[in-house]
Design a protein around this ligand. Structure first.
Ligand code: ZN
Length: 463
């Protein structure tokens, strides 16, 4: 059905103006000051956006949905994660494919694709993890890139599970450079973490409050330095995921000044939560265990300032939902066994609006840039995604900045059994969320079609 959005204030990464938007055949076909309803096909759906913002659909470039991790499986599937994403204004997500060290990359790729097919209600893509890279897997990665997945993920952390040797890292980055692929990287030194974890647990410091001490900022800064060194050597472009602290951001910016092509991602939990949450009593701190860990509050200002100056490009979530009862409690005896992750896919945009825009830390343009446009540009989807232009996909978020309420797990679609933001006051909410011209969510409720989400083939732009 064609769609007309009237009287909205259109906000992109660069512009802010009043206009009507008409969408047909899944794309934006007209943007004009005033579009006459009477001259449109009779079955056109009309949305009145008076007093509201109209944003391009938000993109979350770092989520986990199907995730075998630390002996369990993350709690969401594509249906629950899609509903959560859409209710919160996210219309496209990029999921991490995380195979085991022995899995064949092409098989893993097919397995992850099959999890989304028929179940996604958002559009989606993947980053392909490289957990080993001997010559025989090379052709498989090339095939995956050709299939529209021009971004890899490497873990410098998680010793013995996901981390790869420097020999393999060098080979993978050489391939990335030759294929125009961007290398996304979890930057923490696996060996240092392993040693510190053993020391802490060995001296009976086993609660979730010790998680942060096992991977301090210097461990992350070391990881960023490492990936940037390999970027300098190979010429590959890199993207540091969930960059959490001043030390790590500085390493990336320093490398950038040296000519390394590096982009920096922040994630919503690090922007609004700090390390004191991991020390909550009765094991509740486990809800807040993710890696890199939540930091001292002073790092939040660095991240917001980095976003404001656009030296940090994106705000993602690292959504990785594990239930408090039955999953997080696997780590009751030692924090090293707590599955890592803070579910945030539904809250991201509203958290950024509440704590970024409403506080004056970011402009509305900054918010769109960090939560949508940069992800589209960096990951080869622009201007199909991340833009409000004639010809772009009609992924739109009509946003009500006057809405007041609280974050509640009860309103969440994720299968996680808690919200890390329970009871927090919030400012703003998506009123209408469309994916390629079809309304998929309204006022925080999913109203769309499961299975409508499409796999987005992306272009390799990092040669
Ligand atoms: Zn992640």
């Amino acid at each position: 059905m064609p769609l007309l959005i009237k009287n909205g204030r259109i906000i992109t990464a660069t512009d802010d103006y009043k206009s009507d938007i008409y969408c047909a055949d899944e794309t934006i076909t007209r943007i004009e000051q005033s579009i006459d309803e009477d001259k449109l096909p009779r079955k056109t759906e009309v949305v009145d956006a008076r007093g509201k913002y109209v944003f391009p659909g938000f993109i979350d470039p770092h989520v986990h949905i199907y995730l075998p991790f630390m002996g369990t499986l993350a709690a969401d599937d594509y249906e629950s994660a899609s509903k959560a994403a859409l209710a919160g204004g996210t219309t496209t997500l990029i999921e991490m494919i995380c195979p085991g060290p022995k899995d064949e990359p092409w098989d893993a790729y097919q397995l992850w694709r099959s999890q989304a097919k028929g179940k996604a209600a958002v559009d989606y893509s993947f980053h392909m993890s490289v957990v080993r890279f001997e010559p025989k897997v090379r052709a498989q990665f090339q095939k995956i890139v050709k299939d529209g997945v021009p971004s890899f993920k490497v873990f410098l952390a998680y010793k013995g599970a996901l981390d790869l040797s420097d020999e393999h890292l060098y080979a993978a980055m050489t391939l990335a450079k030759s294929q125009g692929v961007i290398m996304t990287s979890h930057c923490e030194n696996a060996e240092a973490i392993d040693a510190m974890q053993r020391a802490l647990v060995g001296s009976a410091r086993t609660g979730p409050e010790w998680h942060g001490a096992s991977r301090p900022p210097v461990v992350e800064a070391s990881g960023v330095h490492h990936i940037c060194s390999f970027a300098a050597l190979t010429g590959a472009h890199v993207y540091t995921v969930h960059t959490s602290c001043d030390d790590a951001v500085r390493e990336a910016l320093n490398a950038r000044y040296q000519g390394v092509q590096v982009w920096v991602e922040a994630v919503a939990p690090h922007l609004v939560l700090d390390e004191t949450y991991m020390a909550l009593p009765d094991f509740e701190g486990a809800k807040y265990v993710m890696s890199p860990p939540l930091r001292d509050k002073r790092h939040q200002a660095v991240l917001w300032n980095g976003l404001k100056s656009r030296s940090i490009s994106t705000i993602a979530t690292d959504h990785a939902p594990f239930t408090f009862k039955g999953q997080k409690d696997m780590g009751l005896e030692a924090f090293t066994k707590i599955p890592n992750g803070i579910p945030t896919i539904q809250e991201r945009v509203d958290l950024v609006h509440t704590f970024g825009v409403a506080t004056g830390r970011l402009s509305l343009n900054d918010m769109v840039d960090a939560c949508s446009t940069q992800a589209a540009r960096i990951f080869g989807m622009y201007p199909k995604k991340g833009a409000i232009k004639v010809g772009s996909d009609a992924d739109l978020v009509v946003y009500d900045p006057k809405f007041r309420g609280t974050f509640r797990q009860a309103d969440g679609y994720s299968n996680a059994d808690y919200s890390a933001y329970e009871g927090w006051e919030r400012i703003g909410r998506p009123s209408v969320v469309t994916v390629r011209g079809q309304v998929q969510a309204r006022n925080g409720k999913f109203v769309g079609t499961i299975g409508r989400g499409q796999f987005i083939r992306r272009e390799a732009t990092h040669g």
